[in-house]
Design a protein around this ligand. Structure first.
Ligand code: GLP
Length: 234
């Protein structure tokens, strides 16, 4: 695992955009795994800027988002899909048919999750997965205790996550830890003191299901891009 420590969130996002830029330059039809959360807002802003400056072309890119709240779809303003639309998708030239999202309001949730796994496989797998990290070490919505073998499924959100994300929905659909680990490359972005414990547990601690992000130590091409505050307990 590679760890890049920089001064501020600004530098975290610049490093990450540069990473994405290089991957898309090598493979214009890259399959991108995307995340939501506050950390991603400045990152998507910078990606949009790179698109506007003609640095990145998303016309051949395919995307798969990590997760969605149960019961929600793109029509709901509180959905993660809506978050992605307003922060990224509506502002770049990604084709609508190339955007893949879990439908939280699907009638048959198990089938929806199984089909998502199939769709990922059909594209040849995720080339670059972008991740944030929860204060409790979660990635996607894989809360502490999630099996390292987990696939895309319905999960119950922890109290910490409900509080941090300011949502009342208790369940979500998420790619599993095994799904995430199949990505060819992974970058995890984190900033701020409130992430320091989670970052330390993921990097310094044992690989342990109590700390979902610790699984990334077993990935052959994972990079943590974090600011000095998130790195302060390393
Ligand atoms: C949510 C998402 C995660 C994300 C985490 C961190 O729970 N499901 O994918 O990594 O939040 O969020 P933030 O960047 O807001 O701290």
């Amino acid at each position: 695992m590679r760890i890049v420590i920089v001064k501020s969130i600004k530098e975290v996002v610049l490093e990450a955009v540069d990473f994405v830029f290089k991957e898309i330059w090598k493979k214009p039809n890259l399959v991108l795994g995307l995340a939501t959360g506050k950390t991603m807002i400045p990152f998507y802003k910078e990606l949009v800027l790179a698109y506007k400056n003609s640095k990145i072309d998303f016309s051949e890119i395919k995307s798969f988002n990590l997760d969605e709240y149960l019961g929600f779809n793109e029509d709901d303003k509180k959905s993660l899909r809506y978050f992605m639309d307003i922060n990224l998708f509506n502002k770049i030239n990604i084709k609508k048919e190339n955007i893949h999202f879990l439908n939280g309001s699907a009638k048959n949730i198990e089938l929806e999750c199984r089909n998502y796994e199939k769709e990922i496989k059909k594209t040849g797998g995720i080339d670059l997965q972008i991740l944030g990290i929860g204060r409790n070490g979660h990635i996607g919505f894989n809360e502490p205790g999630s099996s390292f073998k987990s696939k895309t499924r319905k999960v119950k959100l922890s109290d910490t996550t409900l509080r941090d994300n300011k949502v009342k929905i208790k369940y979500a659909l998420t790619m599993g830890l095994a799904t995430i680990m199949q990505a060819k490359k992974i970058i995890l972005l984190a900033n701020g003191k409130h992430k320091a414990d989670a970052i330390a547990a993921a990097i310094r601690g044992n690989v342990n299901e109590k700390v979902p992000a610790s699984i990334l130590k077993k990935h052959k091409d994972a990079t943590f891009i974090i600011d000095k505050y998130a790195a302060s307990k390393l």
